[in-house]
Design a protein around this ligand. Structure first.
Ligand SMILES: *[C@@H]1O[C@H](CO)[C@@H](O)[C@H](O)[C@H]1NC(C)=O
Ligand SMILES: *[C@@H]1O[C@H](CO)[C@@H](O)[C@H](O)[C@H]1NC(C)=O
Ligand SMILES: *[C@@H]1O[C@H](CO)[C@@H](O)[C@H](O)[C@H]1NC(C)=O
Length: 417
């Protein structure tokens, strides 16, 4: 047995909600239990070794990735998480920390519970998990999760939407979801949202391949009125003309380059949203159908994310809001990493897909294993510019005439749109 110095106040704070902190005032020390020291015998590492040899699909199920992918990730993050060695950290290898973190993300189980499979004490998990999440995001974001930088990048995004959903000039589908959390101590009603639970918001722009191309994480749940987008770096760059979007003389039909939102967002020269549900003309319904058809990628991306990383099904129980943010950033980056590198993370049947003959939507598999995350509140927009309105009218015309798809009126008649 060896002794570990009691952690700093920060960690104590983090522990206060995770477990009943054993505060031994006289000795100021915590004893590592014998069985945890023997975690290479009792913990999940020996099990994982067994699985990777004989049951690769169980290995993948357990950590959401196969052994090779796990090793690639481990190689990437090891330098970062091994950098800050203290006496205790040295004793827990990077491999163990990554496995514990991935299992946490896959299940959302409490640290007290994870203790039994990882053999790592809750007080250590309490810093290992946020630290590893932060490292995962750090090493993946540059290659796997970055905002398109040039006109060519944006044209590529648009070209994918056009090929797959016959939607032109589209830079991505935008949506926001409430991520349930246990409120940080002394945060009062700050994170309390309109659906009466505590949350932070994940706002995401998604391309036609179900990948995140921009995310904003951590605005508090109260902040859920339509304006939330306006507080992001993305919007700031858009309004300052720093996104390098294609100009109208470079876009198809010389229409504005657009992002696709829903009722939670405001109409804007570069944002399309559906026409309001009441009194829809046939032309408006065609527009709404075409918009919602292309926007389906973002609903499916969130759905798959929550099906794979079930920490999103729980109230994330971490006291520091910044550390909750790292958890969410990490799973979004992992999602992109896994979708690009492996076929098993997101086989086509995971997503909603259209029947080839009728174009009716078949439900994707995630819908059976996941609940939908809570959406943002519908925005009551005050001030829509003439240009924003006329831009939507132009897209409506386009989808009703030149840009129509043969089955759109059928879908509307059948009430499927
Ligand atoms: C947040 O995570 C860091 C590790 O990245 C840890 O040191 C710190 O104690 C955590 N903060 C809280 C309040 O849990
Ligand atoms: C979802 O579950 C139902 C009932 O268990 C099943 O009939 C259906 O095929 C499943 N759908 C998908 C897409 O897996
Ligand atoms: C509405 O938009 C117009 C033109 O962009 C602007 O001059 C005006 O101040 C806005 N009004 C409000 C209430 O935001």
């Amino acid at each position: 047995m060896y002794k570990i110095k009691q952690h700093k106040l920060k960690v104590a704070l983090c522990m206060a909600v995770q477990i009943n902190f054993i505060n031994n005032k006289r000795k100021r020390s915590i004893w590592v239990k014998k069985w945890m020291e023997d975690r290479n015998k009792y913990g999940h590492m020996p099990l994982l070794k067994e699985l990777r040899q004989d049951y690769p699909s169980d290995f993948k199920n357990y950590l959401r990735m196969d052994f090779d992918t796990f090793n690639i990730l481990l190689e990437l993050i090891s330098p970062i998480i091994s950098k800050q060695n203290t006496k205790m950290r040295e004793s827990i290898s990077a491999e163990e920390r990554l496995a514990a973190t991935l299992r946490y993300l896959a299940t959302g189980r409490s640290y007290e519970d994870l203790k039994f499979s990882t053999g790592i004490s809750p007080s250590s998990l309490c810093y290992i998990i946020p630290e590893t999440c932060k490292a995962i995001y750090q090493v993946l974001k540059e290659t796997y999760l970055k905002l398109p930088k040039t006109k060519d990048d944006w044209c590529q995004v648009a070209s994918d939407f056009k090929n797959q959903w016959q939607f032109i000039n589209c830079g991505g589908a935008l949506d926001g979801k409430h991520i349930r959390i246990v409120p940080p101590p002394h945060s009062g009603a700050q994170y309390y949202n309109y659906k009466n639970f505590y949350s932070i918001v994940l706002l995401a722009l998604v391309n036609a391949n179900y990948e995140f191309i921009y995310i904003d994480v951590g605005k508090n749940g109260r902040h859920s009125d339509g304006g939330i987008l306006e507080y992001t770096e993305f919007y700031d760059k858009l309004t300052k003309g720093q996104l390098h979007l294609p100009n109208n003389d470079e876009t198809e039909k010389h229409l504005n380059y657009v992002f696709l939102g829903d009722e939670a967002f405001s109409l804007h020269e570069n944002f399309l949203k559906p026409y309001p549900q009441r009194d829809l003309s046939l032309e408006n319904r065609v527009f709404n159908y075409r918009l919602s058809r292309a926007r389906n990628v973002v609903e499916n991306t969130f759905g798959l994310l929550a099906a794979r990383f079930r920490v999103l099904h729980t109230a994330i129980h971490i006291t520091d809001p910044q550390n909750i943010t790292y958890v969410v950033l990490a799973i979004c980056a992992l999602h992109n990493f896994l979708i690009r590198r492996t076929t098993s993370y997101a086989p086509l049947r995971s997503f909603d897909h259209e029947d080839l003959a009728t174009h009716e939507l078949q439900m994707g598999e995630w819908r059976n294993s996941s609940t939908e995350l809570t959406s943002l509140r519908t925005s009551t927009q005050k001030n829509v510019t003439i240009n924003a309105k006329s831009n939507r009218e132009k897209y409506k015309q386009y989808f009703n005439l030149e840009g129509k798809v043969p089955w759109q009126l059928d879908m509307i008649k059948k009430g499927k749109a």
